[in-house]
Design a protein around this ligand. Structure first.
Ligand code: IMP
Ligand code: MG
Length: 186
């Protein structure tokens, strides 16, 4: 699908995952989750801000009752890499005791963010914690994490769109695209 506005942006490179491929894969994940969580409504925990687009689509692709909560984390480090030191900036509203928690994450790079989040959530006595990550960068994981649901494995380029940003830009781009502009300093 052509998308003149974003095609013309010199800071954006090729489409890595198209809008159409995203929609198809999210529908498949929804079908799988609908079956897996039958009779035990999950609490979807979106990791802000990047997961907001994915979670919105995924929640509607699950044909079962779900509850939604969000948390925000900040990782110390530069704008395009993670240090692994993670801090909760906004915590969940929900009590996780005996809940089936499904963490919804936009992208896994080193895996350090998710590994911290999982450990943190497991300490709250949930019935289960699983992870649904839209994108996983190939060959980059430094922490071993069990990713039960994955949308796409992608090459390790920095990408934006479908919720993903660089310095808060490009979250509303409908495809996932390579970012090749200047790296902002934070
Ligand atoms: P990790 O802790 O190294 O796995 O980094 C995960 C977090 O870094 C994600 O939740 C994103 O917020 C951010 N991130 C990693 N790679 C990218 C990217 O290519 N584009 C935008 N954000 C990214
Ligand atoms: Mg981010």
């Amino acid at each position: 699908m052509t998308d003149d506005r974003w095609d013309a942006d010199p800071d954006l490179g090729p489409v890595v995952v198209s809008e159409k491929a995203l929609a198809e894969r999210v529908a498949e994940l929804g079908t799988e989750l609908t079956a897996d969580y039958e009779g035990r409504p999950p609490l979807l925990v979106g990791v802000l801000k990047g997961a907001f687009v994915f979670m919105s689509d995924l929640a509607r692709a699950i044909r079962q009752p779900v509850e939604i909560d969000v948390m925000a984390v900040a990782s110390y480090g530069s704008a395009t890499t993670t240090s692994g030191v993670v801090r909760i900036v906004k915590d969940l509203d929900s009590d996780l005791t005996d809940r089936h928690v499904l963490v919804v994450e936009d992208i896994v790079d080193s895996g350090l963010t998710l590994s911290y989040i999982r450990r943190n959530l497991l300490a709250r006595q949930p019935a289960s914690v699983e992870i649904c990550a839209l994108l996983v960068k190939e060959g980059r994981q430094r922490a071993r994490i069990d990713l039960k649901y994955v949308g796409f494995h992608i090459p390790p380029d920095f990408v934006v769109g479908y919720g993903l940003d660089v310095a808060e830009r490009y979250r509303n781009v409908p495809d996932v695209r390579v970012y090749r502009g200047p790296v902002p300093v934070d």
